[in-house]
Design a protein around this ligand. Sequence first.
Ligand code: C2E
Ligand code: MG
Ligand code: MG
Ligand code: MG
Length: 284
Amino acid sequence: EAKRVPGLSVRLADAGYVRGSGASLQAEQALRAGLHNEEFLLVFQPKVAADDGRLTGFEALVRWQRPGVGIVSPADFIPAAERTGLIGALGALILDKACAQIAAWLAADEPVVPVAVNVSPLQLLDPDFAGLVARSMALHRVPPQFLTIEITETAAATHLDQARERIGEFRALGLHVALDDFGAGVSSLNILRSLPLQTVKIDRLLIDPMPAADAQAVVRAVCQLARALQLKVVAEGVETAPQAEAARDVGCDEFQGYFFSRPLPAADAVAWLRRSRLAAPVPD
Ligand code: C2E
Ligand code: MG
Ligand code: MG
Ligand code: MG
């Protein structure tokens, strides 16, 4: 069966990503219904600067608001979306929603910060994916400095050549690219030097045990490496003040985590934007 998903131009069946099973058929039907009924939304988690706590960006995170079920987290449906090939349509929708939100904030004259969108390894394999991003930005008239792409370490390591190609295309569009979940997978240091990245996000796995001395030693080493390669470092999953303090001490540039804010609906995220305008120095 040759499946073609809108927004994804590789034939997933040919690529071996479509497997038929009762469970995945059910998941596929539920996901299709969810896409059709517009049950997916984005929430936005602030990232803040380690030195002064100013807002530096948001990460857009998808949620599935399933009638009769409640809010479903991406860990519970992204794998099914990948298995069934629907990640193409879902990923296109997520990009569209992120661009639409940035455009809405710009139109409302809010002090917009970059919004990071997560991409699935399968989206990286789509030779037209950068084209899709470009079309979404053009449709909503989003300037490239407001959009960041997050690629997981595992995706980059598994598909290094495709990752390099896609990231090159994103860079040509003027987008920033962050390596996500660094240190959680099979960390290949080669990735850091061989991909044109701007940011490394250190996984919660390494941040969680802080301020333990051994964890600090590891994160410090990653920060030193990143600095030598001129990469910005974000500490993910910061939940406590001692973790934040240790992360700052060992050289992380930015924080993201529940200690600062949970992921927020757009209406609440805008309060962060407004507060950041108040905190900004008044021009004369
Ligand atoms: P991620 O990209 O590493 O996103 C960070 C995850 O950590 C988010 O989980 C966020 O809510 C959670 N988090 C943030 N701060 C803390 C903290 O202080 N403590 C703890 N325990 N967790 C924290 P979420 O939203 O459930 O997303 C999970 C993963 O699902 C993401 O990990 C990402 O890989 C994937 N994902 C989320 N949204 C998308 C999307 O739009 N597209 C794709 N392809 N994947 C997505
Ligand atoms: Mg991410
Ligand atoms: Mg992450
Ligand atoms: Mg993660």
